[in-house]
Design a protein around this ligand. Structure first.
Ligand code: ATP
Ligand code: MG
Length: 627
């Protein structure tokens, strides 16, 4: 299952995601983030300067110890200079520590900003984005990729400046000691940069590939670790195959990581070799110059110490290429998300809906089709649909709603019925602006929803979807999500009105019972009633409700009907009806078929007309009458 070592790098997918280059301007966009830390950065620079000076000064002290202390037999000078070396070491240790702390702080703070920004941006994305995007990819982008920026930035801050300073100071010290030897050292420097350059290019693709694979693994894991996914996997999954798919991807990550590590090592080895050669050259040439009396032994020893210090920073130069690439690719992938313009935004000058309850809902000449992937998401976040062309539903003629017009009168119940896939849920999505119509308008209280603030839309409209979601948290927290300030008594009243208090009150932990992943410890009907209680707490003037289709026993059916009656009374309600009781009670029934309103009227009127509704009644509702 897990493949053996492979030395070539042939497993990179040949798609556009990994081939993508860092977009121009990425560098420029990183700067504003860094700007906020100008003060700490200047401080970092100063500390680094101290640190680097000490590093370059130590070999010079060694030279003095040899030439002025050991050779002329002056013990006091040797002791004094040794103490000076110790003192410098102490300062150096303190400087290094402070330097690490500062660079970590700057790097992490930068990431804090970025991470918060990405999360905030994600929240602004329309529903369409989330229907397209793989959760794991998104989570991975928030974690792995942002960690990538952090590591790279931290590293660059910590090492790159000190490397440059070291290089300059060490070279200056070398020239001061012996310009001939220094020239040799200087001449070979360009050679050190070559291996890093070679590796940097390939690294970018490897890195993207690795990040993409990480995202895929995260997707696999998240999809199978929520209750619904786990249930599906238990019932239909083939564990062995899934494990081998997982292991396949994981071993690709291993191969890439090994390849990257091997490249890094190659770099270190190459540079080590170069450094050793330069050292040998200095030994030979320097030794000869000492014999001919050009300079003293101390100078040679000091010079050799400096050469080894030169080797350190040069090694860093090559690492820097790799880290710079990591930073750029990570930032690029993060910016890619930040650049995604939310399809649905609050327009400038939007105003809140005057809260005159209840409000009439008017749908006027609405045409709608679901947005294409390219409009709402990123290829790298939904690898399943790539690189295949857009699916049929994205074709230009795939209208889901065609010229829909109706009025849901204020305070009245409007029921939507129709066969599966007719477009009922889609219609209800347009009211709270989960999607915007392509043509036509949706008005609440006479105002175009696109002119209203998002906050006032949220306050006005309460939605209970077919499969209501509860966060993995206590029932109390789930209820308070709708109205954080609600008092205990209000919570209980809402639960009572939703006919769920008998159950919650009887639980040992009451409202503090954890509802579990997706509220799985509650039955379907109970969960819907908790969702209704949540709706009641919010007390919206417009209610959009997708009735659960699940078959319910008569007792819980009765409870739900009573709860619904309370929830809907006095509110403008748009209900996708699956229950006989609901359609009977409706003030208006709209029969939706193929994205159009085909019939409208009350239950009795439509039955008498003997059209589509009468057919639907026979197939869908009549059986409930018999129960
Ligand atoms: N996010 C989406 N992207 C693309 N097409 C979609 C999306 N959601 C729904 N559709 C398509 O739009 C059409 C209408 O779907 P809708 O969910 O409105 O049907 P419905 O009347 O609510 O059906 P049901 O009674 O089964 O819930 C269907 O053909 C469906 O495949
Ligand atoms: Mg539906």
């Amino acid at each position: 299952m897990i493949s053996g070592p492979s030395f070539g790098i042939r497993y990179i997918r040949d798609d556009e995601i990994t081939r993508q280059r860092v977009r121009p301007g990425t560098m420029r966009r990183i700067l504003p983030y860094a700007k906020r830390f100008r003060g700490p950065m200047v401080l970092l620079l100063l500390i680094t300067a101290v640190d680097s000076s000490i590093l370059a000064a130590s070999p010079l002290l060694l030279r003095l110890i040899i030439d002025d202390g050991i050779l002329p037999h002056r013990a006091s000078t040797v002791v004094a200079l040794s103490l000076a070396v110790a003192g410098l070491a102490l300062i150096d240790a303190a400087a290094t520590y402070v330097k690490s702390w500062y660079s970590a702080w700057i790097g992490e703070s930068l990431v804090l900003d970025l991470r918060t920004q990405v999360f905030a941006h994600m929240q602004r994305q329309p529903l369409a984005f989330f229907t397209r995007t793989q959760t794991g990819s998104l989570v991975s982008r928030l974690n792995n990729d942002i960690n990538g920026t952090q590591q790279a930035v931290g590293w660059l801050l910590h090492r790159s400046v000190s490397m440059l300073l070291n290089l300059v100071l060490v070279l200056a010290a070398m020239f001061w000691l012996s310009w001939q030897l220094a020239l040799i050292a200087l001449a070979v420097i360009p050679l050190f940069v070559v291996p890093g350059k070679l590796i940097g290019k390939r690294s970018q693709r490897l890195l993207r590939e690795e990040m993409q694979l990480q995202a895929e693994l995260a997707t696999m894991t998240t999809e199978r670790s929520n209750v619904a996914g786990a249930l599906l996997a238990k019932l239909y999954g083939r564990p062995d195959e899934e494990i081998s798919v997982f292991a396949g991807k994981a071993s690709q990550i291993r191969d890439i990581a090994v390849a990257s590590a091997a490249r890094m090592q190659l770099l270190v080895v190459a540079i080590g070799l170069l450094a050793a050669c330069v050292t040998a050259l200095v030994y030979g040439l320097g030794g000869t110059l000492v014999i001919h009396g050009a300079f003293g032994v101390g100078t040679l020893v000091a010079f050799i110490a400096l050469v080894s210090q030169l080797y350190g920073p040069l090694n860093t130069v090559s690492n820097m290429a790799v880290n710079a690439v990591t930073a750029l690719v990570s930032f690029d992938r993060v910016f890619e998300i930040l650049d995604l313009k939310p399809l649905i935004t609050q327009r400038p000058g939007a105003y809140p809906l005057p809260r005159a309850e209840p409000a009439v809902v008017q749908v006027d000449g609405v045409w709608f089709r679901y947005p294409a992937a390219s409009e709402v998401s990123l290829p790298s976040l939904e690898s399943i649909t790539l690189p295949a062309p857009e699916r049929a539903s994205d074709a230009s003629d795939a209208w889901v709603l065609r010229d829909i017009s109706f009025t849901a009168p204020a305070g009245k119940l409007t029921a939507l019925v129709g066969r599966s896939g007719a477009g009922k849920t889609t219609i209800t999505h347009l009211v709270p602006r989960l999607y915007d119509p392509v043509r036509g308008t949706v008005r609440i209280g006479g105002q175009d929803v696109r002119d209203l603030t998002m906050a006032s839309l949220r306050d006005t409209i309460g939605v209970v979807p077919q499969d209501a979601h509860l966060f993995h948290d206590t029932i109390r927290a789930n209820l308070l999500y709708a109205r954080p300030g609600a008092a205990e008594q209000e919570l209980i009243q809402a639960c009572q009105a939703a006919r769920i208090w008998d159950l919650i009150g009887s639980l040992p932990d009451g409202l503090d019972t954890v509802a579990g992943d997706r509220g799985y410890r509650l039955s379907g009907g109970e969960k819907q009633r908790v969702a209704l209680a949540r709706l009641l707490l919010k007390a919206p003037s417009v209610v959009v409700l997708d009735e659960a289709t699940a078959h319910l026993d008569s007792e819980s059916e009765l409870a739900i009907q009573q709860a619904l009656k309370t929830a809907l009374s006095g509110r403008t309600s748009l209900v996708i009806a699956h229950r006989l009781a609901t359609v009977r009670r409706a003030d208006q029934i709209l029969v939706i078929d193929d994205g159009q309103v085909r019939e409208r009227g009350t239950h009795e009127e439509l039955l008498a007309a003997g059209g589509r509704y009468a057919d639907l009644y026979r197939t869908q509702f009549a059986s409930q009458a018999r129960d």
